[in-house]
Design a protein around this ligand. Structure first.
Ligand SMILES: [Fe+2]
Length: 346
C-alpha cells in the first residue's frame, strides 16, 4: 500500500488487487481552495491546482507541473485507462499500469530520486485512481481549454476556476471491436456526425472505396478511406483502436506539437509514419538516460523497444499508425527476459 522503496522499476504485473480494493473503501475528502478548484486526495497523495500549476504532495515530498502540461497528460491517462506500461507525466510523476491496479509514483523512474531513495510509489485500485483522476480533469479544466486539442486549436487553462469543458474531457476514445465502419461497430467520421476535415489535412482526398460483397457477406467485407478518416480526427496524440485481429490492434492517431506524456513501454510498439514528420526522443525506460533520436518521415517504420521511454514532437499535424499487441502475457515475458526488448537484430 505505501511506498515500496525498493520496488523493482520494471513494469511487472503485480497482484495488488486486494490491497487496491481496500483503498477504495477510504472515502476521499473534497474541498475547494482559494482559486475555486477542488483539492483531491488519492491514497496518500494530495492534488491541488492554482492559477498556473498543478501541485502534487505525498509523505516526504512534493512536486509541481505547469497545469497545461499536467492536464494534457492527465487527459491521456484517463482516456487510455492508464495505457500500456508507464505514463510519465514528466520526469517525476506518473502511473504504471498493472491492468487492474495501478502504481501512482513520484520519482520511481528518476535516477536522482532513486539514488537518494526519495521515490514514492503507491499501488491503488485502477477504478478508484481513474475515477479520482477523472474528477480532477473535469474540475481543473476550465471553459475554453481542451486538453486533447493541439495548442493552436484551443484556449488556455490558466487562471482561477471559470466554467468547465465537459464535452472535451469526457470524449470517449475510439475502440473498434472489429473495424471502423462495420455494422454495429464505431462509425466512420463525416461532416454530418461532427467530424470535419482538419485545417492541416485540407488536401487529403475524401473519396471512399467501392465494396462489392457477395450476397450474404455484406457485413464481413469492408473497406474505408483510412487517410480520410484520420484527416477528420479532432484530437492529437490519442491512438484509437480502428481495426482488430486477435491481439493485433491498429491504432492510428494524428499528432501535432508535443506528445504530452513520456511513454514507458512494457512491450514493443511498431510505428508507421503515414504523413509529415515526427521527431522522437528515446531514453532508457527506468533511468531516463538518453538512448536515441529518431526522425520519422512518411513511409518510415520503427519498432520502439520494450525497455525504453519515448516522447514525440510533430512540427505539423501528422498521421501516425501505432501497431499494438494487446497480449496480456507480454509485460511479464519482457520483464523476465524471456523475450528480448527489441524484435529484430541487425
Ligand atoms: Fe510507447
Amino acid at each position: 500500500m505505501l511506498a515500496a522503496k525498493n520496488r523493482p522499476a520494471a513494469a511487472i504485473p503485480c497482484s495488488g488487487v486486494a490491497r487496491g480494493k481496500h483503498m477504495a473503501s477510504k472515502a476521499q475528502s473534497i474541498k475547494l481552495n482559494e482559486h475555486g478548484y477542488k483539492v483531491l486526495t488519492l491514497g496518500r497523495y494530495s492534488f491541488s491546482r492554482d492559477e498556473y500549476f498543478a501541485h502534487i504532495r505525498w509523505p516526504g515530498g512534493s512536486h509541481l507541473m505547469p497545469v497545461d502540461r499536467f492536464l494534457r497528460a492527465l487527459m491521456r491517462d484517463v482516456a487510455w485507462n492508464f495505457f500500456y506500461g508507464i505514463v510519465n507525466f514528466d520526469e517525476v510523476f506518473g502511473t504504471v499500469n498493472h491492468y487492474g491496479t495501478v502504481d501512482v509514483f513520484a520519482g520511481l523512474f528518476n535516477a536522482g530520486y532513486r539514488s537518494q531513495n526519495k521515490h514514492f510509489v503507491e499501488n491503488l485500485d485502477g477504478e478508484l485512481a481513474r475515477a479520482t483522476f477523472s474528477q480532477m480533469l473535469e474540475d481543473w479544466t476550465i471553459e475554453g481549454f481542451d486538453p486533447f486539442a493541439a495548442p493552436e486549436e484551443t484556449g488556455l487553462p490558466f487562471g482561477p476556476k471559470r466554467g468547465n469543458n465537459q464535452r472535451a474531457v469526457t470524449r470517449k476514445r475510439v475502440v473498434a471491436q472489429r473495424m471502423v465502419g462495420l455494422k454495429d461497430d464505431t462509425p466512420v467520421r463525416t461532416d454530418a456526425n461532427g467530424y470535419t476535415v482538419n485545417r492541416q489535412f485540407a488536401d487529403v482526398a475524401q473519396d471512399e472505396p467501392q465494396v462489392h460483397a457477395e450476397p450474404g457477406f455484406e457485413d464481413e467485407v469492408h473497406a474505408f478511406n483510412f487517410f480520410a478518416y484520420l484527416s477528420r480526427s479532432d484530437v492529437t496524440w490519442n491512438p484509437s483502436v480502428c481495426a482488430v485481429v486477435k491481439d493485433a490492434m491498429l491504432c492510428p492517431t494524428t499528432e501535432e506539437f508535443a506528445l504530452p506524456v513520456i511513454h514507458g513501454n512494457d512491450r514493443v510498439e511498431w510505428f508507421v509514419q503515414l504523413s509529415d514528420e515526427i521527431h522522437w526522443e528515446i531514453a532508457d525506460r527506468d533511468t531516463g538516460v538518453p538512448r536515441a533520436r529518431a526522425v520519422m518521415k512518411p513511409g518510415d517504420v520503427c519498432a520502439m523497444p520494450a525497455d525504453i521511454r519515448h516522447q514525440g514532437f510533430s512540427p505539423k499535424r501528422s498521421m501516425l499508425l501505432v501497431w499494438e499487441n494487446g497480449d496480456a502475457k507480454l509485460p511479464e515475458l519482457y520483464a523476465t527476459g524471456q523475450l528480448k526488448p527489441h524484435p529484430i537484430e541487425f
